[in-house]
Design a protein around this ligand. Structure first.
Ligand code: 6MZ
Length: 335
């Protein structure tokens, strides 16, 4: 097993579902919390996390995101978070990452959201030799249609680095239908899309799943809760899934991975990516996410390699597929 763990650590990996601010190191988060009230609030959130069902766990996670958002106040903070995130991925032998983030302005709009994106791109370029990074811009479920349109415009403006559009945020808010015009435009303009789907076990969420599947985004995130019919449609239409084991376990309140939906889709040879979601807040890294699944479902080195090769096809920046597959092949030949 130590050998397999080492294999998962050293194999070149790709990360397709990572929320930039959710990747913040916990030490950095603590440093950015300047008031003692905020420190206490974070401690209380940590302490209370494990009590309650999926809905209350999700509410806890989103309170933490609100706290995080309130203490990231300038471009230097975002440069630091990006730098540390890329360093952590490099340490974990990630060769290609698609970071997603919701553009934001600072200083009551004096520093516009275009500056936020430029600050991240500046760091991406700094690390280009060690890791290839691309951006996906997130639309938050609480935003207005106008704000979402602005995000689409930004995605087009920074197209060399921005490779897609995401819908994320508190899954209690069912707003996919509201954003459909933006996502349709994204499709018309050949911009890839990824939508968070089925994060909560309630009826409203299951109803929204149908709208999302009808839209047929380029990829789907999570898909924790679904009907049999929805599951079959996604399999039949081969819509790739981004699965985030630690995050899914935590929010779904599962005790171990045997019940995780990875197995079901894997057995169906469905296009899949294993991802971290919020590596800092969830305290995980990509190699351990992969190793935990490998151990639970008894995958061999050959199967891990084949799995990673198929994940390369799901990359939004199609120019990078050959590069990633070649690095994987070179690594595997040396084994
Ligand atoms: C839905 C999530 C998420 O954009 O500030 N985010 N949205 N489900 C999840 N899984 C539990 N994890 C993270 O990164 C942080 C933001 O990503 C979204 C939340 O809206 C969070 O505020 P950025 O870089």
């Amino acid at each position: 097993m130590a050998d397999l763990r080492y294999f998962c650590q050293s194999i070149p990996k790709i990360e397709l579902h990572a929320h930039l601010n959710g990747c913040i190191r916990s030490s950095t988060f603590r440093q950015l919390l300047t008031s003692s009230d905020d420190q206490i609030r974070l401690d209380t959130l940590d302490k209370n996390f494990s009590s309650g069902d999926t809905h209350s766990r999700m509410a806890n996670v989103f309170e933490k995101f609100a706290l995080l958002r309130s203490c990231v106040t300038n471009l230097d903070d975002i440069r630091r978070i990006t730098r540390e995130t890329l360093e952590d991925f490099i340490d974990d032998n990630v060769m290609y990452v698609e970071l997603r983030t919701r553009p934001r302005s600072f200083d009551n709009g004096k520093i516009p959201s275009s500056n936020y994106i430029e600050a991240i791109i500046e760091i991406i370029k700094e690390y280009e030799e060690k890791i290839c990074s691309r951006l996906i811009l997130s639309i938050d479920r609480t935003q207005t249609l106008e704000q979402a349109m602005e995000t689409l415009k930004l995605a087009e403006k920074y197209r060399t680095y921005v490779v897609g559009l995401d819908l994320s945020g508190d899954p209690n808010i069912k707003s996919f239908e509201r954003f459909l015009p933006v996502f349709n435009l994204a499709k018309d303009r050949n911009l890839s899309t990824t939508i968070h789907i089925g994060e909560l076990p309630d009826e409203e969420c299951l109803n929204e799943n149908n709208l999302i599947i009808n839209y047929k985004p380029t990829r789907l995130g999570h898909f924790n809760f679904r009907t049999n019919e929805q599951e079959q449609r996604v399999i039949k239409e081969k819509i790739p899934l981004e699965l985030c084991p630690t995050s899914n376990l935590l929010t779904m309140k599962l005790t171990n991975l045997t019940e995780h939906h990875f197995n079901l889709f894997y057995k169906n040879k469905h296009p899949l990516a294993i991802c971290t979601d919020d590596s800092g807040l969830m305290n995980c890294c990509l190699s351990s996410e992969i190793f935990d699944l490998v151990q639970t479902f008894n995958l061999t080195k050959q199967e891990i390699y084949d799995f990673m090769l198929q994940t390369c096809n799901l990359i939004f920046d199609k120019n990078m597929i050959d590069f990633c597959q070649k690095k994987l092949k070179d690594f595997f030949l040396k084994q």
